[in-house]
Design a protein around this ligand. Structure first.
Ligand code: DGL
Length: 267
């Protein structure tokens, strides 16, 4: 049985899950967090469901060697493929990002038309499409893979002619579908919110699953009586399976402040 001071474990294929880490830290500042970026095997977004599930199990094993009371799968692609397997195999509660994002989109659409963007592997899995129509059977879902958004976000190339042209090429068909909510179904896409928003127009609400996942983390910890005690002094650890320096450099852009002490872990 975990204790209230144990950390929340968070893993992602690489650096992108720091958007989820950041949202959890903002919402739950007294919680200790352990982050694992599987930088040796990133990207997951172009891989098969079987490979992603294998990597996700390996990540969970690394994170759970430490004192963890809850595991958050920050990666959309890993949530899409591996959530059920992780829940079956592990003894701690496991939360993904797909269900919270889908729930928020269903709440926000007024015309039951929702767009979803994500990696090739996430869109191919149909996990968002199934979660959305599971919650609202009459909903129309328009899904589109936008793989180039990941390297753009990592390069910090989030404004100007090139990202805008790429965003138009991907999103024009979704704009024509006239959805009024668009799920940003990938860890990296919140960094491109201004450009995605300008292409889609002000009538389309962008659904960021990082923030809504943080609220589900809070509710889950409340539900199982494992919130950190008031006044708890939290610790933050960053683990990676490859290239700690590169993670620290790109990760600083995702977190908005420098990261020190990134530790390499064997995998
Ligand atoms: N973290 C992945 C996701 O949210 C994006 C990066 C990758 O392809 O691994 O789907």
């Amino acid at each position: 049985m975990s204790d209230t001071k144990a950390a929340i474990g968070i893993f992602d294929s690489g650096v992108g899950g720091l958007t989820v880490f950041r949202a959890i830290r903002q919402r739950l500042p007294e919680e200790s967090l352990i982050y694992l970026g599987d930088t040796a095997r990133v990207p997951y977004g172009s891989k098969s469901g079987a490979a992603v599930t294998r990597y996700a199990l390996a990540c969970a094993e690394i994170v759970l060697k430490q004192d963890v009371k809850l595991l958050v799968v920050a990666c959309n692609t890993a949530s899409a493929h591996a959530l059920d397997v992780l829940r079956d195999e592990l003894d701690v509660p496991v939360l993904g990002v797909i269900e919270p994002g889908a729930r928020l989109a269903v709440e926000r659409t007024r015309i039951e038309r929702v767009g979803v963007i994500g990696t090739v592997s996430t869109i191919r899995s149909a996990a968002y499409q199934d979660a959305l129509t599971g919650l609202a059977p009459n909903l129309r879902v328009f899904a589109k893979a936008c793989p180039l958004f990941v390297p753009l976000a990592e390069e910090g190339w989030t404004e100007g002619f090139v990202p805008e042209a790429i965003a138009r090429a991907y999103l024009d068909e979704l704009k024509e579908a006239e959805a009024d909510a668009l799920v940003l179904g990938c860890t990296h896409y919140p960094l491109l919110k201004p450009i995605i928003g300008s292409v889609m127009g002000p009538e389309v609400e962008l659904i960021d699953s990082a923030e809504t996942t943080a609220s589900v983390v809070e509710a889950t910890l409340e539900g199982i009586g494992l919130r950190a005690p008031p006044g708890n002094l939290p610790s933050f650890r960053y683990n990676v399976t490859d290239s700690p320096e590169a993670f620290a450099e790109v990760g600083a852009r995702f977190l908005g402040h420098p990261i020190d002490d990134v530790e390499w872990v064997d995998f």
